[in-house]
Design a protein around this ligand. Structure first.
Ligand SMILES: [Zn+2]
Length: 400
């Protein structure tokens, strides 16, 4: 195994395993409104999910099997503020006998350990649920009734399939043995979680899913449900400010990689004052960073991709990658710039950059050494790369 490959694999594994709370944001007791918590989740671009496509969902899964009744249920649900939720599209990991997205699973275990150290037991009672699980659950609660009143009452506590935050693999329900869900608010576990306006869950990237005081959010408040959005998004939502210049990059291991990326002018972040470390990185953004890493050379040709426009900020970068033979696109006429980069894509780019006869990347003594061709087989390591992970990979490839 070549040295660079070893470094890259190491970096990738470390970065995939250590997603949160690596940003190092301290537990904070800043109190915010229910609306703020709801907006933090609604505005988060979470990785490893597919955005909802109502028509497709409804083809695959009905609610009760009666088309007219299903339509009415959806109408009343949306009247209550339920919205379609994304579905998990990445490989989930088992934790406490259930499934969660990797960063949520890691954060959950850390939160649980934190509770245990304080003598509090946090028991997970539900995590990822697919459309079918939710269909069974909803049908069970509706119990064959068809009146608007019965539908309304059921929707106070249960989402119809397609509308549950559990579909994405980031939400967890917490219970206590012998306590009904509604009684959770009176438990020691809830008091521990809710102290200082959920400072402990927030320090691990979790916010209340359906907070007390929340209105028009679908169900009644659910004190037992938390949803992971990452510490960076929470920090920005709370108005944090850090030496990095980004509200979502606190002191911590990944701050150095992100700082390196910014110092070399490879990116200015995802929006003013934000880096969006936990967001997936798109192929267009990655193309732009690879091009800048090589000091933004003038392309010798024009790429034949119909989905890259001259006005796109990555257009010149794509022309350069294409004319150097570093990308073939996703087809002969498409580059798919808005599609999220996979770890496999990233390795393939780095491999080709190393193999091509190019001037060395900024900060590197020589060209990236060519290494084993089977590296491309690593494409199935994970599904999407976060912006922070991409920063670590680029830095590892460039600074050695
Ligand atoms: Zn729940």
């Amino acid at each position: 195994m070549g040295d660079l490959r070893r470094v890259l694999v190491g970096v990738l594994i470390v970065s995939l395993l250590a997603v949160s709370p690596a940003s190092g944001i301290e537990p904070t007791s800043v109190a915010v409104s229910a609306e703020t918590y709801l907006a933090m989740y609604d505005e988060a671009t979470l990785r490893g999910v597919e955005q909802p496509q109502a028509e497709v969902y409804d083809l695959f899964i009905d609610i009760t099997g009666n088309e007219e009744l299903d339509l009415r249920i959806r109408e009343i649900a949306e009247f209550r503020g339920y919205i379609r939720q994304p579905l998990a599209a990445a490989e989930l990991v088992p934790v406490d006998g259930r499934l969660l997205q990797p960063p949520a699973a890691e954060a959950w275990e850390a939160l649980q350990a934190n509770a245990r150290a304080d003598g509090v037991a946090l028991r997970m009672t539900s995590a990822f649920r697919d459309l079918r699980d939710q269909q069974i659950l909803f049908r069970g609660r509706l119990g064959g009734r068809t009146s608007d009143a019965a539908i309304f009452a059921t929707l106070r506590f249960s989402a119809p399939p397609g509308y549950s935050k559990h579909h994405g693999g980031y939400a967890v329900d917490i219970g206590q043995t012998g306590v009904e869900r509604g009684g959770f608010i009176n438990t020691r576990a809830y008091a521990w979680l809710a102290a200082d306006d959920f400072a402990r869950p927030k320090a691990h990237g979790f916010v209340p899913s359906y907070p007390e005081g929340g209105d028009f959010m679908g169900p009644d408040p659910e004190p037992w449900e938390l949803v992971w959005i990452g510490t960076g998004r929470i920090a920005c939502g709370l108005g944090a400010s850090f030496p990095s210049g980004f509200c979502d990059v606190g002191p911590g291991p990944r701050a150095a990689d992100i700082g390196w990326l910014v110092d070399r002018g490879l990116t200015v972040g995802c929006a003013p004052g934000r880096f969006c470390p936990d967001d997936p990185i798109t192929r267009g953004e990655a193309a732009s960073m690879f091009w800048r890493l090589h000091e933004a050379p003038t392309p010798t040709g024009e790429a034949p991709f119909a989905d890259v426009y001259a006005t796109d900020h990555f257009a010149t970068a794509v022309d350069w990658l294409w004319s150097e033979g570093l990308t073939e696109g996703t087809s002969s006429t498409t580059f798919s710039p808005d599609v999220f980069l996979t770890p496999g894509d990233s390795f393939a780019f780095v491999v080709r950059l190393g193999a091509a006869d190019l001037p060395p990347p900024i900060g590197m003594a020589g060209p990236i050494p060519e290494f084993a061709t089977e590296v491309v087989a690593l494409g199935d390591i994970g599904s999407q790369l976060s912006r922070a992970e991409f920063a670590s990979i680029l830095r590892a490839a460039a600074v050695r």
